[in-house]
Design a protein around this ligand. Sequence first.
Ligand code: C5P
Length: 329
Amino acid sequence: MSDPLGRLSPVVRLAPAKLNLTLAVIGRRPDGYHALHSVMVRLGLADRLSVAPSALDRDSLRVVGRDAGPIADNLVLRSIAGARAAARPRWPSAPSEPPFLAARLEKHIPVAAGLAGGSSDAAAALDAALEAWGAELPPGERARVAASLGSDVPFFLAGAPALVEGRGETVTPLAPITGAPLGVLVVTPAIALATPAVFAAYGAGSGPVAGGAARSASEHLAAEMRAGIASRALLDRAAILASANDLLPASLAVLPELVPFRRSLTRLLGRPIGLSGSGPTCWALYASLDEAASAGREIEEALAGGRLVAPGAGAPFVHATTVEGGDPS
Ligand code: C5P
């Protein structure tokens, strides 16, 4: 295969899932989007993207692992196209343009799950494409391309954890979480929940009055995390965090089977169960990865024994991982 850049090794990026520790809807914007106040962290659970110059006359994408839906809809290809459009004016050898790329995505994060896997893939693709071309974009331009791809994409360009505001484009890094990494168990029913449907249900009245409890919990957490918080203190706040999601009632309205499912998880695990983003991923925090893994085994046994019934056509995704504390440098 010819290599227009003379590079032999592909550019590889991990694309982590995110978890909303809080998610407050603080208003409706003139552009139709909702203004948010959300503290977001990255998880150890990640997709893996590699990108290399291609001999083809177009960008291409191959997905292995979990089902990621139709290739044509995949944000990775849209992200590479967006990166090329942004890099083109600065490309040294105009009128030629940044070469086509072959991308390979190892999919581990469930899609349409509230974990922003597709958005993370898009952010990774933007970064990897620019790296493969040896192209630089000013940070503002990079952020603009990211925001044009989706509301959750800008978060992944910043150091995590972060406070996310606006429709998602205003990202303020928070201090790294200190202490031993928290474990987190994620349980994702095998049923996609479309974010627009959840926001529509929110707008139709399946949500709390803006400016309620989730907002004050989110503002309080952001202030604490700006100053620096220990993982143990986050764990102590699990009950507050699990209820600090303004989209929860709307998600439950769109997918009513989530109501008994969350109740069963709470009973089986004996701890607060949060919902990430617009769902349907449920989460529980633990002091360590080991504890989260053992809770995961309990859930698998309960599913196998019929003591837990999950919504959706197949078995839920049950996965123990860590909350990434962020880079202390
Ligand atoms: O930006 P993105 O394409 O990820 O958003 C998907 C949908 O979610 C939007 O079309 C909109 O309906 C809703 N949304 C919103 N407010 C946000 C983010 C998303 O209303 N802050």
